[in-house]
Design a protein around this ligand. Sequence first.
Ligand code: C5P
Length: 215
Amino acid sequence: MLDIKDKLIVALDVDTLGEAEKFVDKLCPAVNMFKVGSQLFTACGPQAVQMITKKGAKVFLDLKSYDIPNTVKKAVEAASKLRVFMLTVHLSGGKEMLQAAASVPNRPKIVGVTILTSQSEDNTANRVLDLARLAKEAGLDGVVCSVAETKMIKKELGKDFLVVNPGIRPKDAQANDQKRVATPKEAIEAGADFIVMGRPILEAKDPLKLIEGLI
Ligand code: C5P
C-alpha cells in the first residue's frame, strides 16, 4: 500500500504564526513534516520553525538559497542550529556554492531546486537531469523537480538520491499557477521520496479529510 504520512510535506504558506500553528495542531497526527517557505519565514522568522519542531514535527525550510558560497554556507549553518530536517538551495548557484552548502558538518539534508514547476519550457527534462547531476557531484542529498522527471532522476542517479515533488494536486483540483502538476499517487509511483502540497490543503473545508483521501 502507498503510504502518504511519511511522504507528504504540507507547505505552510500563511502570513502569521497563529495561522501556521492552527494548521500544525489540526494536521499533526496525519502529517510528519511542514514546509516553511519565504512567505512565513519573512513574516515570522525562526519562531515558525521552532513552533513546528516543538510540536514534534519536522521542518523543510524552503528559502531556495542563491548567493555567494560563504553566505549560503552560513545560512546552512544557521538552519542546522534551528534543527530543520531539510532545506533548499538553488542549483543555478553553481558548483562552488553547492559544495560550500554541502560542506557544513551535521547539516540538514539539502535538496537543490532544479526548474520551478510553475515554469514550463522546451527541453525541461534534460536541463533538470543536468542540474540533478551537478547536485549529486557537489554532495547534495537530492533535488526538487516535477513528477515528470522523477523516474528518470531515480534511474540515473540512484534510489538514495532524494526527489521532492511540488506541484501536486488531488485529482480534479485546480492547478493554480503551477503548470507541471500531478497527483500524489502519480508522484509516489514515479518514486518521489516527498511530495509538497500547499493550497489544496490550506484551502480545503476539511484538510484532514482531504489528506485521508489523497491516495
Ligand atoms: O500551493 P502549492 O501546492 O502550489 O504550493 C507549492 C509549494 O511548493 C509552494 O510553497 C512553493 O513555494 C513550493 N515550490 C514549488 N515549486 C518548486 C519548489 C517549491 O511550487 N519547484
